[in-house]
Each structure stands twice: as structure tokens, then as C-alpha cells.
Design a protein around this ligand. Structure first.
Ligand code: NDP
Ligand code: 8X3
Length: 253
């Protein structure tokens, strides 16, 4: 397996934790996100802490032309080393009944979580094929397995990710490309601050009274999946806080 990993959404949360963990284990990185300053700060920290190569790509996954152009401009030497793609960039925007839905919120979720994942995959898969194999790890959600009140469009977008993981596995098996779907429950990242549009107290209340997952838990899961022997693939991993029995059942003592 080539030791360069392409991680979307590395400026925060799961993507940032994956970047650090893979680098700590000797992987060169291509890390992406819209917030350029954060990306470059992370790259420089990782380079000095772990001595690996880090390439930053600054794009919005919703912009197909930009995704295709920026990825195609990577130096050939780096393209030749890509072995893993983690499709992580994503978000929820708002939570409430569908009849009060805000069209712009719906578009942001579908354009980012579904179309963005497709655009990045479309740009990167040719390199995995050229490199005679690889691994795609899609970050889905418990919201892609279940539907909960007010989750409508976010849940639909993550059900789409779940379906795309299955479809990619079928379509790419003959190219020696593994596909793993990771479906986390509640994890404390910037996810809820984004979902509740900057309202920190509502975001904090999501995690009150129980121990949520942390970004490192997802990074360790992705790393475990990525480091199985060549003949083994983990197709689908649901990872939940111990206190969360389902998307709606959270035990808060
Ligand atoms: P964070 O908000 O902490 O991180 C999200 C990352 O996605 C950021 O790096 C952000 O970068 C990037 N991103 C968002 N929109 C875009 C865009 N349009 N273009 C490029 N990058 C984008 O959230 P998490 O780490 O929690 O979320 C990561 C993934 O995990 C998401 O797909 C989310 O749906 C999923 N997930 C999260 C769970 C949770 O409870 N936290 C549970 C289950 C799944 P930037 O803003 O700099 O572009
Ligand atoms: C994020 C987890 O339960 O808020 O995907 O949908 S949840």
C-alpha cells in the first residue's frame, strides 16, 4: 500500500485527528479544507512533530471544477503515492421538522455530504486505480442507519453516503480498492456548533450528561480499518458512545 493518505475536512474534528494519527504512524498527507490558515498551521505542526510530507489543498468540496482542478494540479510524484482517501468533509445545518425546512440548509447538506463526496472521489479514484489499488474510507453516520426527529435531510444525506459506500465497493472491487463505511454516533467536535449556526450553548447541551465520542475515537477506527492485512476489508463500522443505544436513546444517568 502506498503511504500517502488524502483526507478531506482536516481543519477540525475527525479529519484533523485522522491527519495527526496517520502522520504519527509515518504516513504522508494530503489534507484539505476551506479554512486555509488552519490547514497550513496544522500542516506545519505535523511536519515538525512527525517529519512526514504534508500537502495542503484549499477547496470547497461543493465546487466540482475547483475540486477537479486542484487535485489534478498535484505533483505526479504525490499522485503516484496516494493509497487511501478518507471522505470526511461534511456537516449538518439546522435540526427541525421538514415542513419548517430551510432550502439553503438542505442544499448545503446535500451539496457537501453527497455531491462533494462524489466530486472528491471522482478526482481521486483514477490515482488509486493507476496505483493498482487502495482504500476509500467514507465517514457516514448513525444518521445514515436510522432517522430521528428533525434529522430529515441530514439523515437522507448520510443514508446516501451509506448507499454510495456499498455501491463503490461493488464497482471498485475489480480494481483492488477496498471501501469502508464508518458510521459514528454523537461525537464532540465542531459538528454541533456548525449545525446550530454558532450557538455554542445549544451545541454544548447536545453533549451534556454523558461521555460522547471524541475525534480520536474515529481516527483510531479509521486507522484500524486502514491497517488490516491486504486480504481483509472492514465493510461497515457503527461506533457509538457507550451511553448512546440508538440515535434517539441517550442515557444521561
Ligand atoms: P467538524 O465540523 O469538526 O469538521 C468538519 C470538517 O468538514 C471541517 O474540517 C470542515 O472544514 C469540513 N468541511 C465542511 N464543509 C466543507 C466544504 N463545503 N468543503 C470543504 N470542507 C468542508 O465536524 P466532524 O469532524 O464531527 O465531522 C466530520 C464528518 O463526520 C462529517 O461528514 C459529519 O457529518 C460526520 N459525522 C459527525 C458526527 C458527530 O457527531 N460529530 C457523527 C457522525 C458523523 P472547513 O470548514 O475548513 O472547510
Ligand atoms: C452526527 C450524529 O446523531 O447528530 O452524524 O446525527 S447525529
Amino acid at each position: 500500500m502506498n503511504k500517502c493518505i488524502f483526507i478531506t475536512g482536516a481543519t477540525a474534528g475527525f479529519g484533523k485527528a485522522c491527519s495527526r494519527l496517520f502522520a504519527e504512524n509515518g504516513w504522508n498527507l494530503i489534507i484539505t479544507g476551506r479554512r486555509k490558515e488552519r490547514l497550513e498551521k496544522l500542516a506545519s505542526e505535523i511536519k515538525s512533530e512527525y517529519g512526514v510530507d504534508v500537502h495542503t489543498l484549499n477547496f470547497d468540496v461543493r465546487n466540482q471544477e475547483e475540486v477537479a482542478r486542484v487535485v489534478s494540479e498535484l505533483p505526479q510524484k504525490i499522485k503516484d503515492e496516494i493509497g487511501i482517501l478518507i471522505n470526511n468533509a461534511g456537516l449538518a445545518v439546522g435540526k427541525g421538522p421538514i415542513d419548517n425546512g430551510i432550502i439553503d440548509d438542505w442544499n448545503r447538506m446535500i451539496d457537501t455530504n453527497v455531491k462533494g463526496l462524489l466530486y472528491v472521489s471522482n478526482a481521486v479514484i483514477p490515482f488509486l486505480k493507476a496505483n493498482k489499488g487502495g482504500h476509500i474510507i467514507n465517514i457516514a453516520s448513525i444518521a445514515g442507519k436510522e432517522v430521528y426527529p428533525g434529522g430529515n435531510v441530514y439523515c437522507a444525506s448520510k443514508h446516501a453516503v451509506d448507499a454510495l459506500s456499498k455501491a463503490m465497493r461493488i464497482d471498485l472491487v475489480s480494481h483492488n480498492i477496498k471501501v469502508t463505511n464508518i458510521a459514528p454516533g454523537a461525537a464532540e467536535t465542531e459538528f454541533s456548533v456548525v449545525r446550530f449556526k454558532g450557538d455554542q450553548s445549544v451545541a454544548d447541551s447536545v453533549y451534556d450528561g454523558f461521555d460522547p465520542l471524541q475525534a480520536i475515537d474515529i481516527a483510531e477506527t479509521a486507522y484500524f480499518a486502514a491497517t488490516r492485512p491486504a486480504h481483509v476489508n472492514l465493510n461497515d463500522i457503527v461506533i457509538m458512545p457507550a451511553a448512546q443505544a440508538s440515535s434517539q436513546v441517550l442515557y444521561k444517568g
